[in-house]
Design a protein around this ligand. Structure first.
Ligand code: NAD
Ligand code: SER
Length: 333
């Protein structure tokens, strides 16, 4: 018998449940969390079967509180990343349905976290919390919140419930207001910023793209690697450094369809785009053009790494491999 054992043998492993792991962000975040916490400690769930993965998966409807509780017990979960939601454009097609899913799933997560005293919860919010009354450029952390979509209304309510559970019950809920997220690994799920992913898929295949926003619509955006790193950094930050318990503004870059087209043409000169704005134009017009993220920078050291051209090179390089296109060069590091 050893006299004493190394402390790390007794250290508690985090067991993480991801809800909405099959989505645009969830698919990439699951892999990142598995790298940090070991695959077996990260349980990926979604409405649909996620198929064979490196770690455990399960089917979970986040509206089913009993099923959520059973999974939390079964896997001895102590952290939840709640990513399931109906996004801005899809939500406008059926507002009461979107409200029901976004809010009821959040209440199930907050309640199980309170009852079982989970150590941390992650709940993303969005730039959709802002509306036309907010400052359009460099929108501050603390700003009037009058969103024009049901998605935005649900995120404002969700942020406030997160804050309430933190202050009233001590549930350590952490949140980021993501801008439009752009990545090559997964497809977006029905938002207003989806064009900024689609456009790269068309460009790399030498297909013309019809954009559903006008050429001059400026929106805040963030490249997936920065979004994932920012999420992990927030979740690792000491609790006493976090002054914002609603949701942190986060910025990466800010561009228009015209500017991303110009960036793509540096790599794919023949790329063609036309514009045919639809109902998503009004949503985009109600959102900020750029975001002030100084609270995230000051509290937990947030700093994005990718600008528009660096993202374009990386997106095109990876999508060229996916579509087996040969004329796109590797990005300069
Ligand atoms: P997504 O639409 O791509 O994925 C959402 C996932 O949730 C889907 O796989 C869907 O099957 C699942 N889902 C839906 N209803 C469910 C339910 N009842 N139970 C279990 N799973 C359910 O969304 P995303 O882009 O990955 O976004 C993830 C989170 O980040 C959302 O909360 C979203 O509001 C937020 N967000 C995303 C962006 C972005 O640009 N992608 C920007 C701001 C905020
Ligand atoms: N990208 C998201 C959307 O467009 C913003 O939350 O809905």
């Amino acid at each position: 018998m050893p006299v004493c054992c190394p402390t790390k043998l007794f250290m508690k492993q985090d067991r993480i449940l991801i809800i909405g792991a099959g989505g645009q962000i969830g698919a990439v975040l699951t892999e990142a969390l598995r790298e940090v916490h070991q695959p077996d400690n990260v349980i990926a769930t979604d409405l649909r079967d996620l198929g064979e993965q490196e770690g455990p998966t399960d089917v979970l409807d986040a509206l089913d509180g009993a099923a959520l509780e059973a999974l939390v017990k079964k896997w001895r979960i102590n952290q939840i990343y709640h990513l399931a939601a109906i996004l801005s454009a899809n939500g406008e097609k059926n507002p009461l349905w979107a409200w029901d899913i976004n809010m009821r799933s959040l209440f199930n997560v907050l309640e199980i976290s309170r009852q079982r005293q989970l150590s941390k919860v992650y709940y993303p919010s969005s730039i959709a919390v802002f509306g036309r009354e907010a400052s359009h450029f460099n929108t501050p952390q603390y700003e009037v919140l009058i969103p024009e979509t049901v998605y935005g209304i649900s995120k404002v309510a969700g942020e406030n419930w997160a804050n309430y559970y933190y202050r009233r019950y001590g549930v350590d809920v952490r949140s980021i207001r993501y801008p439009g997220i752009i990545g090559y690994q997964s497809m977006p799920g029905g938002g207003t910023t989806d064009y900024a992913v689609d456009i790269y898929h068309y460009a790399v295949q030498n297909k013309p793209y019809e954009c559903f926003l006008s050429a001059h619509t400026r929106l805040p955006m963030l490249y997936m690697p920065d979004a994932i790193r920012g999420t992990l950094e927030l979740m690792e930050a000491p609790s006493n450094r976090l002054s914002v318990r609603t949701s942190y503004n986060l910025a990466g870059m800010s561009f228009t369809p015209e500017e991303v087209t110009a960036s793509i043409r540096k790599e794919v000169p023949a790329f063609k785009i036309t514009h045919k704005p639809d109902f998503r134009q009004a949503i985009a017009d109600s959102w900020p053009a750029s975001i002030d993220d100084s609270a995230a920078r000051n509290d937990w050291g947030w700093k994005p790494e990718f600008d528009l051209d660096a993202m374009t090179r990386d997106m095109l390089f990876h999508l060229a491999a996916k579509y087996q296109v040969e004329n796109v060069r590797a990005p300069m590091q």
